[in-house]
Design a protein around this ligand. Structure first.
Ligand SMILES: C[S@@+](CC[C@H](N)C(=O)[O-])C[C@H]1O[C@@H](n2cnc3c(N)ncnc32)[C@H](O)[C@@H]1O
Length: 300
């Protein structure tokens, strides 16, 4: 369903800011940021809609640019920033449709028939009947995203977690991951955000890729491990669990707001072997006596 006018305007600008940031980072190979993080920025509204709009605009960007570049009207109009134009063109040509609320929206909306005709010409030229066939093969593949859960073995065993999940119809299809013993897999779209085991910290919503570093390290319970960029704490609590709550995980983060989330995650996970440090890890002084017990790293 299309968003109401004023909310749609806000979402367009939030998505445009993120698209601009992604393209700039891509061009300069610097200051990268995840799309999810940009979409979920605390100041953003309608985060889910913003995230979807960023992803779809980037997916169709090649086609959008072709339409943009072959349209004289838009080339002559310098009022709308390119990244906002890309987002608006996505909504107009492929998305929910565009309504003329907002200055930039009105500019693009006024070119609606020209833009649609340009897209139609492009489809004829490429001999495709469906706009999705204009996308490169890689963008067309939409494999279902499975929901991965890490069992917090400080609180519950993998077998017990499996039994509890299998006993409920909404999670009965749970399986073990083929690679990581403490990771379980649910079909895409299964919503477990409010599951009692998640709320209690027995299960942690963590992607498979994010579970690989701790598993690859295979820390021994006698080790001291430095997690240099730790917040919000998924890998920290994974390390702590793999060390059976023993040894020491020094969890360092430079951002005070994110450090609060890290502390909450550590507490919820019951990870008593974690020492949270508010600090830029690049400035850690290895000779500081306060690190005597907790340094150096990875000593087995
Ligand atoms: C992608 S997040 C880390 C995710 C985390 N490892 C996890 O698994 O949940 C990156 C974090 O690195 C922190 N960070 C970036 N540069 C840092 C630095 N020089 N020192 C300490 N923390 C830093 C940021 O504040 C941010 O919280």
């Amino acid at each position: 369903m299309p968003l109401p006018g004023s909310l749609a305007q806000k979402v367009h600008r939030q998505a445009a800011a993120a698209v601009g940031r992604v393209l700039a980072a891509d061009a300069s190979k610097q200051n990268g940021a995840s799309i999810k993080r940009l979409a979920l920025a605390p100041s953003n509204v309608a985060k889910r809609a913003t995230f979807a709009l960023i992803c779809e605009t980037l997916k169709y960007l090649g086609v959008i640019k072709e339409v943009w570049n072959s349209s004289d009207i838009l080339k002559r109009n310098k009022k709308v920033k390119p990244e906002l134009a890309y987002v608006l063109l996505y909504d107009l040509l492929f998305g929910e449709g565009l309504s003329p609320h907002g200055d930039a929206e009105r500019v693009i909306f006024a070119c609606k028939s020209t833009l649609k005709a340009t897209l139609a010409r492009l489809m004829v030229k490429r001999q495709v009947a469906d706009v999705r066939d204009l996308l490169p093969e890689t963008a067309k593949q939409t494999a279902p995203t499975l929901r991965h859960l890490r069992v917090n073995t400080l609180k519950i065993s993998v077998d017990e977690a499996l039994t509890q999940l299998r006993s409920h119809p909404s999670t009965c299809e749970v399986k073990r991951d083929d690679l990581l013993p403490e990771v379980l897999v649910l079909p895409s779209g299964t919503d477990v955000h409010n599951h009692p085991m998640v709320k209690k910290g027995s299960l942690i919503l963590q992607g498979k890729a994010s579970c690989l570093p701790a598993r690859s390290l295979q820390p021994d319970p006698s080790w001291t491990v430095l997690d240099a960029c730790a917040a919000p704490g998924n890998k920290t609590t994974h390390l702590a669990a793999m060390m059976n709550g023993k040894g020491c995980v020094m969890a360092c983060d430079a951002d005070a707001r994110r450090l609060k989330r890290l502390k909450e995650a550590v507490e919820l996970a019951g990870a008593k072997n974690v020492r949270v440090i508010h600090q830029d890890f690049l400035k850690i002084d290895r000779t500081d006596p306060s690190f005597k017990k907790g340094f150096p790293v990875l000593s087995s």
